[in-house]
Write a protein that binds this ligand. Sequence first.
Ligand SMILES: [Fe+2]
Length: 260
Amino acid sequence: MMIGDVISDSGLNIVEKMLPSFIQKYELDFVIANGENLHEGRGLNEEMIKRLYGAGVNVITGGNHSFDKHKIFPYMATDKRLLRPLNYPKGNPGYGYGVYDIPNGKGKVGVLNLQGRTFMYPIDCPFRTSDWIIDKIKQESQVLFVDFHADASAEKVAMGWYLNGKVSAVLGTHTHTPTADERILSEGTAYISDVGMTGAYDSVIGMKKEAAMKRFVLGTPSKYESATEDNHFASVIVKVELATGKAKNIQRLFFPEFDK
Ligand SMILES: [Fe+2]
């Protein structure tokens, strides 16, 4: 399972409440969660990281907010289950990929975190970065999940096709809005443009509506605060054949569904 951007306490609370039962119900072998927004929407701290692990998350991925709280930098160097995008320039703390044992002894899972550049920081090229790292990871694990943290849907779709057949799944994060384009690409790579946000939806992508609307209406800064109401859990479940690393199925799990 990949859980989309977990935002603030609201997101953490619903993960803690629901994930243990989802692990049982859907017989999940491995859980990845994007956690770059855990601390009031920006960055993360050790206590929150431990809470995600405690709920059943195996690996935490990141994005443009991974580096917002500098107090976490020393910890980032010690925890290989905490990832941030690999394609940041050399010299930044933390890990951009890892290969992990599936806890039930079934095999290994590689996880790679990349970040897009369109409408984002002009960091190293995520496509060229994937060129050199994927072969290295696949020497250890055929199963390889990519969290592609990016803004533009075209860049995400392009990455899906670029990595088609090379990885098990390309799963988009960052926009906080779940998309309905989950599918298995022609060479066995599961794809979705954005898994969506896990947190409070009575909000503008996780932040209280009033400040967000004011920013747009007035065109000037206004202090963001995390929203707390109408929590939803946004995720996808991908079934992968261990021997080949090919994806067999991808399904969205958004809970509870919106009122319609
Ligand atoms: Fe982000």
